[in-house]
Design a protein around this ligand. Structure first.
Ligand SMILES: [Zn+2]
Length: 304
């Protein structure tokens, strides 16, 4: 998928889209409009994003903060230098809008998130999803709460940090990045199909209940059919959950990713990226009881 304002080569300017980005920046700077207002305005006047969705405030902010829109990039020292993309706006306007966002960021308290909840962190002994929990002392961790298991508790911050660093390092390889783009596009397609499937599954569930009521099904037949429907529904919802933040992902280039991770992304977006790259992180029980040392041997990252 291309970035708004540039062709898919990442270089060629699309003039009418450039005009909308300029107008959006001006609205924020000169008209005192909120980011939400301007995102709505974009959807109404410029049309949807390149992935065909309404503009989310974060999507718009991310695009407006990308130096590529001024034909620039950031070097390793975080200085703006010439990039390959054709500028969509003057450097002055870009710096003004970047400064505008920077000012609003100041004083924001970082959220304490669990990056690996929602189906990434798994209990190795029993295969259940680990849930995020704080201990009575306020330590944040992932825990297995499955009946008859409950064997796992692992501290969240070092695990989140370690897994994120590994995922980002992996993304620095062009081949992974290419695979990631394909994963993202495939997920987009799967999510569109899944969204259509949900009402269909709900309808079948109602029909099933009606059939049971009319006694054309035995209880056993009903249970079997229902559990298979429920499983399908669970799979479909899992796809939708993963796809929910696709629009929030950065442009999938090495520069774009690390800059986005460090400066722009929120926790939901970070989680979306991790979910795209990682199938699961299987956590084993601590080898020594009560040991709270971070032990890399305890988990296994499985990539998609
Ligand atoms: Zn377990």
């Amino acid at each position: 998928m291309r970035a708004y304002g540039h062709e898919s080569d990442g270089v060629t300017r699309i003039p009418h889209e450039a005009e909308y980005l300029i107008a959006a920046a001006r609205k924020l700077l000169d008209e005192d409009a909120t980011l939400g207002d301007v995102a709505e305005w974009m959807t109404k006047t410029a049309g949807p994003t390149v992935s065909g969705r309404p503009w989310a405030p974060t999507t718009l902010r991310r695009r407006l903060r990308n130096p590529a829109i001024a034909g620039l990039r950031r070097n390793a020292d975080d200085e703006l230098v010439s990039g390959v993309a054709e500028p969509l706006m003057e450097r002055e306007l870009f710096e003004a809008i970047d400064g505008y966002f920077k000012e609003r960021e100041r004083g924001q308290v970082p959220q304490r998130a669990y990056l690996l909840s929602c189906g990434i962190a798994m209990c190795d002994p029993c295969g259940s999803e680990l849930v995020s929990r704080s201990s009575s002392k306020g330590a944040r961790g992932y825990q297995c709460e499955a009946d008859g298991c409950g064997k796992i508790w692992i501290s969240a911050p070092p695990l989140d940090e370690y897994v994120s660093a590994r995922a980002l390092a992996r993304l620095e390889r062009p081949s992974t990045l290419q695979k990631l783009r394909k994963l993202r596009d495939d997920l987009q397609v799967a999510a569109e199909a899944a969204a259509k499937k949900v009402p269909e599954l709900d309808k079948r569930k109602r029909e099933l209940a009606a059939a049971l009521g009319a006694t054309s099904l035995t209880m056993e037949e009903y249970r079997l059919a229902k559990s298979s429907l429920d499983q399908t529904r669970k799979d479909v919802l899992a796809i939708l959950r993963r796809a929910k933040y696709l629009d929030e992902l950065p442009e999938l280039t090495i520069e774009g990713l690390s800059d986005w991770w460090a400066n722009t992304s929120g926790n939901e977006q970070r989680r979306a990226l991790l979910q795209l790259v990682i199938r699961e992180v299987r956590v084993e029980p601590a080898t020594k009881r009560g040991s709270n040392k971070f032990d890399e041997q305890r988990f296994n990252i499985i990539y998609r």
